[in-house]
Ligand binder design. Sequence first.
Ligand SMILES: CC(C)(COP(=O)(O)OP(=O)(O)OC[C@H]1O[C@@H](n2cnc3c(N)ncnc32)[C@H](O)[C@@H]1OP(=O)(O)O)[C@@H](O)C(=O)NCCC(=O)NCCS
Length: 260
Amino acid sequence: MTGVPERGTTSGEVGQHSRTVHPSATDVRIRPPDPAELGATAALLGLAMADNPLHVAAYGDDETTRARRHTHLMRGVVGRRRGEIVLAAFHDFDVVGAVAVTPTPGCRPRPLEVLRLVPGLARTGPGSLARVLVWQRAWSAHHPGPPHLHVGPLAVHPAWRGRGLGGELLLRALAEGSRRHPGLPAYLETDREANVGFYRRLGFVLVDDGPVLGLPNWFMERATGDHSAAQDFTAQDFTASKDSETVAGREGVRSWSGCS
Ligand SMILES: CC(C)(COP(=O)(O)OP(=O)(O)OC[C@H]1O[C@@H](n2cnc3c(N)ncnc32)[C@H](O)[C@@H]1OP(=O)(O)O)[C@@H](O)C(=O)NCCC(=O)NCCS
């Protein structure tokens, strides 16, 4: 599969973004990316979501093209929305996972903010652009009216999945969102049925489903957490040992996630 290293291999390249993964090394650190790291964060999101059903439908059959087009879109979005909390998981200097959580109203772009998306959208190509707009309109139709923390995007590099990293990223971002905006529930959309169970285990419940670009999508919410138990992620690094599968700091996150 182009651009995505299998576990045990060393490198992959998508578009202009080169990255190396070292599956034998152990530590992953979670922190907000610096502005200079937002490009690598967008590239990780483009690559790691390239096989999502909506991305195949919107961007076409070629995986490298899908990753490149979504990376363009993500460059205009991630780290640029009002109040957005972005966390990236770093292995050495590589971004291996990322999440964004954006409180309302920042998750609904204002006209000027939509303009800022135009270059990235235009680079997805006219056919893809039309499909991305239909997709976004369909998601908007499900968007809850009351204030909330909007989850997304969230992705982990394929070689790093199944180690708890995705859950850790999400819970840390939600904890920070809850600390900044006490009492807000969380909301998300997903186009993969496998993710519904993943989110359920993290305290989300299914509130709706429906087709988007002819594909099944699921819409989920999570009741508010206890912000007083939130962790100060800027003061801590997350360390995941891939050998022992222990996760430093996980107990604190778990106790918060039990509040939903
Ligand atoms: C969803 C995702 C972020 C989870 O990241 P992760 O680090 O593997 O998550 P965790 O290790 O905390 O949890 C693993 C769970 O994720 C789900 N999952 C979905 N796709 C998976 C995959 N390819 N490999 C492993 N787990 C996957 C499983 O339900 C798994 O549950 P299990 O523990 O019962 O096996 C990751 O699979 C991913 O990046 N997927 C592609 C992009 C995507 O769909 N993002 C979410 C958009 S709403």
